[in-house]
Design a protein around this ligand. Structure first.
Ligand SMILES: *[C@@H]1O[C@H](CO)[C@@H](O)[C@H](O)[C@H]1NC(C)=O
Ligand SMILES: *[C@@H]1O[C@H](CO)[C@@H](O)[C@H](O)[C@H]1NC(C)=O
Length: 316
């Protein structure tokens, strides 16, 4: 629509000047008239040219460049408990992480030393709960659990259980926070805003890429005004604007899992777990039952990938 109407403009302008240009024939050449004519044509044609080119670049940016694709490099790798079925991860300050793990009978909330992977504080959950997303607001850890609407809060100092709550998501998958709002995922394409006081969902946004819903939103992290989400069963992290639910980018990490499998770690599960050290701008990622946790740096991908390639990799 935009380019069509922009194309019409030059034609109609040109045709309205036809009589004038015919008058400027060599036979009746009039310099004054010619200069007046030029002074009108030049700004008009400049306006038309600029209008067309700006509408063209707008179209390109909305179709192809607004969702950016990122590659990464590993800048550090650390040991990670290979029996931890990682479902929630966040940086706890002082070179340590909070982690929530899943599986019945093996679910826990733990504080882990970053450099050694050593579990420093462990809270074991009852065998009937499968731990999921975890985040920290106002001195309390908030955790959700799989296939229930029940969540728990814990003391961030000693990981002792404080309270139990119910939430309004369909299931408990991921949690993150900007310090005021809890952001939640439930395995669908919906990103929830949740009030940490009332635990009520205050907003729901459906996340889409190229017109398709991005389902299986899993572990979440709030990073510099964005929500980063693992997409279950993919090696992709979605970068989402929490303000309007728009996809901002994709980070492609297939080589991490492939590298572990190639090194003989055949029992590992999917990429899951993103943590952000805002003081030092460090990004950490790991996976379920992964023996390693990686600090990564990301950069725009060098290789061009079209929307269909991305859908195949990242939108199951
Ligand atoms: C930081 O962690 C170390 C051990 O990992 C601990 O000995 C120290 O007390 C911690 N410091 C603070 C300020 O929590
Ligand atoms: C957490 O536990 C510490 C003692 O380990 C206590 O001082 C603090 O008040 C507790 N915080 C909450 C929110 O219960």
């Amino acid at each position: 629509m935009v380019s069509k109407s922009a194309k019409k403009k030059p034609n109609s302008k040109r045709s309205s000047f036809k009589p004038a240009s015919q008058m400027a024939s060599p036979k009746h050449f009039d310099l004054r008239r010619f200069l007046i004519l030029i002074s009108i044509i030049l700004p008009v044609s400049l306006f038309v040219v600029l209008g067309v080119s700006s509408s063209t670049s707008f179209k390109i940016s909305s179709d192809h460049h607004s969702v950016k694709i990122y590659d990464f490099e590993v800048v550090n790798e650390f040991p990670h408990d290979p029996s931890a079925f990682t479902q929630g991860l966040l940086y706890a300050g002082n070179e340590s992480l909070f982690e929530s793990t899943g599986l019945y009978g093996r679910s826990s909330v733990r504080k882990v030393a970053l450099r050694t992977g050593k579990v420093e504080i462990l809270h074991k959950m009852p065998g009937s709960y499968f731990g999921e997303g975890l985040t920290f607001v106002g001195e309390r850890l908030f955790q959700v659990t799989w296939l229930t609407q029940i969540g728990f809060t814990y003391n961030g100092t000693n990981l002792q259980k404080l309270d139990q709550f119910t939430h309004q998501m369909k299931d408990g998958w991921g949690l993150a926070t900007d310090g005021k709002i809890l952001y939640g995922s439930d395995g669908t394409s919906t990103l929830y805003d949740i009030d940490p006081q009332t635990l009520k969902a205050t907003r729901k946004q459906i996340i889409k890429f190229n017109g398709r819903e991005v389902r299986y939103l899993n572990e979440l992290e709030y990073i510099n005004g964005e929500i980063w989400a693992n997409v279950w069963q993919t090696d992709c992290i979605a970068r989402i604007s929490p303000d309007n639910g728009r996809m901002l980018g994709w980070i492609l990490l297939p080589s991490l899992r492939q590298g572990l499998v190639a090194s003989g770690y055949n029992g590992i599960d999917v990429l899951n777990g993103i943590a952000w050290d805002s003081d030092n701008n460090r990004i950490f990622v790991t996976g379920k039952l992964w023996p390693k946790l990686y600090e990564i740096k990301i950069h725009p991908a060098r290789k061009h990938l079209n929307d269909e390639d991305i859908e195949q990799l990242c939108v199951p």
